[in-house]
Design a protein around this ligand. Sequence first.
Ligand SMILES: [Zn+2]
Length: 255
Amino acid sequence: MAIRPYILAETNWKSLKNASFELAVLPWGATEAHNYHLPYATDVYEGEELAAEAAKHAWEQGGKVIVLPVIPFGVNTGQSDIYLDINLNPSTQFAILSDILTVLNRQGIRKFMIFNSHGGNNFKALVRELGLKFPEMFICVSNWTKVFERATYFKETGDHAEEMETSLLLYLKPDLVLPKKEWGKGNAKSFKIKAFTEGWVWAERKWSQVSEDTGIGNPTFATKEKGEQFFKDVTAKLGEMMLHLCKADISDLYE
Ligand SMILES: [Zn+2]
């Protein structure tokens, strides 16, 4: 495999010595159970592969983008009783981001995108606080699960190890997906009080009380082909966005 110059983990000092980038992208995953059949690093693989492919689109059109190594642990506070779901608190995420931004800011890379790949990670509040701390930087968060209406690609809804994630993994890491007879149904319970389902009151879900197999959403109709189509469309659109951001003047963002 050829070295990709827009992937920090693969490139080298010879190439970087005199390089200059516009935009740094940080994929952020989680290490957690994904129904019975998907690997614990599902969100890590998704973040890594989607960010790399999107950056490739931008790079090929002249975008100076660099993808940083993926952060493998995310916020899993609601899954403390699920074996080896590794939790990183939001305050720890703030400390990590703060250190990374200190480096980028000092070295003049002023555009930064957190490439979020896990539902429990919620960066909005952190980005607000980091914005005050690093006023010269433009900091944003992308969420690839929201790029398209899910129903355009997938029959079933859900948000964890469901048809979408299973399709993606069948495409990206087929050897790591257990055979279909092992897939759990991903049945999930909802709050008895309706306001939570309607979305205007929020509380964290106690995962093990909500789902038996840790999945939320039925994976039955997942296929590799659906995963491939979704991957291509999502990365093309994210790549376009990265290119726009590379070219943007951060002192002149509004019209
Ligand atoms: Zn996931």
